[in-house]
Design a protein around this ligand. Structure first.
Ligand SMILES: Cc1cc2nc3c(=O)[nH]c(=O)nc-3n(C[C@H](O)[C@H](O)[C@H](O)COP(=O)(O)OP(=O)(O)OC[C@H]3O[C@@H](n4cnc5c(N)ncnc54)[C@H](O)[C@@H]3O)c2cc1C
Length: 422
């Protein structure tokens, strides 16, 4: 790939250019923005992606601790767009079982097996034999998306520059960049993350749910096999997830730790000596996977969920976390990002040929809200109910898990929703 000489501009499949008039400008080259660029380009629209980070970050994103649980629908989309082939097969970990537990004294766990597994009472012909989903490191997904974007005709990447403002008129939108350039397009897509400036500039408010907690994520090695099982454990005063990670050929298995605690505890654990950290995490996990040894950087995130009041404004659409920033507990942020950009491009393609068509944007909003709002609300409710240790909460959740485990139709419905079949 030719390196750009002026700024950090490169038009995939075409000579470099300083300024490009596009059909669509996408603010943000994160997973949602890059996926949207592929979808728009496939429909024959000229797309520019504007990303604040340098190109080197997109080319080789650093490990960020997120292991993304991909639904079947997302994997299908990644395959259709040539992205799946760019992810090393040995880095993909099928998820066979999900266990949800409540507290040390909690009753039996709620267990979801892949459909058709011998332990699963109910079966679902369309899904039998399929894993619940697939876990892949976020940086590998981002790298794979970048590789496909960089060789796709019709996509221009402008790196190391941000969108700082825009003006929408009846027929187009002028987009101001931090390097002083102005771009012209028919649609501006805000894919700039959960604290989106585009959302703010468009005057779109949002529901922000601050859980007052932080998350620490890292990879840990252990000798007890993980058996492709994800554990979500709502313990007293801590929430722990242990997610299976594909083996690297080294000794033992690897799991991703997702630990939710008050910000001060997370700050302390982030910088603790390795030995102290390992001892504390082994104790906190009750030695379920034996002794745990940290093998990656420890990355922390604030725990805030965001839902935009609207997903569009004149000549503007919001996708990814800018539209719906999920609590990671139900592992749906990226999956909704894929779903959202897909719905957006489908609706605009079915419209009169204007990628900023207002009626098509409204249809996108309706469909994406229907697809996301129920799980957004349910996820926040679960996150609150399962992290409160006062009053009736501990007892209620134990009873809830016990009941849910016995309700085969409920479990089947949740399994289907989490797998999101094609
Ligand atoms: C611990 C953790 C675990 C998770 N696990 C899962 C999971 O299992 N399954 C799942 O589906 N999801 C999961 N998620 C969620 C998922 O990671 C996010 O939903 C996804 O990364 C959001 O992608 P995005 O492109 O919308 O936003 P981002 O990744 O935030 O990207 C936004 C991009 O916009 C750029 N930008 C910002 N402002 C501007 C500007 N003004 N101009 C130009 N560029 C700009 C930024 O530099 C960035 O590159 C998890 C998240 C966390 C924190």
């Amino acid at each position: 790939m030719t390196q750009p000489q002026h700024g950090d501009v490169h038009q995939a499949g075409q000579p470099q250019a300083d300024f490009v008039r596009s059909d669509v400008v996408i603010a943000g080259g994160g997973p949602a923005g890059l996926a949207a660029a592929l979808s728009f380009a496939r429909e024959g629209w000229q797309v520019s992606v504007v990303e604040k980070a340098p190109r080197s970050v997109l080319e080789a994103p650093a490990f960020d601790g997120r292991e993304i649980a991909l639904t079947h629908h997302t994997v299908h989309w990644l395959k259709q767009h040539g992205v799946w082939d760019e992810i090393p097969a040995e880095a993909v970990c099928p998820l066979e079982v999900a266990r949800v537990e409540s507290g040390r004294l909690g009753g039996p766990p709620l267990i979801f097996h892949a459909p058709g597994a011998p332990q699963e009472a109910s079966s679902d012909e369309a899904l039998d034999g399929e894993p619940l989903g697939y876990l892949v490191a976020n940086h590998l997904i981002r790298q794979a998306l970048y590789r496909v974007v960089s060789r796709t005709e019709g996509i221009t990447l402008l790196c190391r520059t941000g969108v700082t403002g825009y003006q929408a008129s009846r027929n187009d939108v002028q987009v101001q960049l931090s390097d002083g350039r102005v771009m012209q397009a028919r649609l501006l897509v805000g894919a700039d993350g959960r604290f989106s400036r585009i959302r703010e500039m468009a005057g779109i408010g949002s529901i922000v749910h601050d859980f007052g907690m932080s998350i620490l994520v890292c990879r840990m090695r252990h000798l007890t096999p993980h058996d492709n099982t994800a554990l979500q454990w709502f313990d007293e005063r801590q929430t722990i997830a242990l997610l299976p990670v594909a083996s690297d050929g080294g000794i033992g298995d690897i799991s991703s730790l997702v630990l939710t605690l008050p910000p001060d505890d997370i700050a302390r654990l982030r910088v603790a000596e390795d030995d102290d950290f390992n001892a504390e995490i082994t104790r906190r996990t009750d030695e379920r996977l034996g002794l745990l040894r940290v093998m990656s950087d420890r990355i922390t995130y604030p725990l805030k969920a965001v839902y935009a009041h609207r997903f569009h404004a004149p000549r503007v659409a919001l996708i990814g976390d800018a539209a719906v920033g999920m609590h990671p507990i139900t592992a749906h942020g990226f999956n909704f990002g894929i779903r959202g950009q897909e719905t957006l491009v489908q609706e605009l393609s079915a419209g009169p040929g204007d990628p900023g068509d207002a009626a098509s944007l409204q249809r996108f909003e309706r469909r994406h809200r229907r697809a996301t709002f129920p799980l957004f609300t349910a996820t926040n409710a679960i996150a609150v109910a399962y992290t409160r240790d006062d009053g009736p909460f501990p007892l209620a959740r134990r009873a809830g898990l016990m009941l849910a485990n016995r309700l085969a139709p409920f479990k089947k419905a949740v399994t289907r929703m989490l797998m999101d079949p094609v």
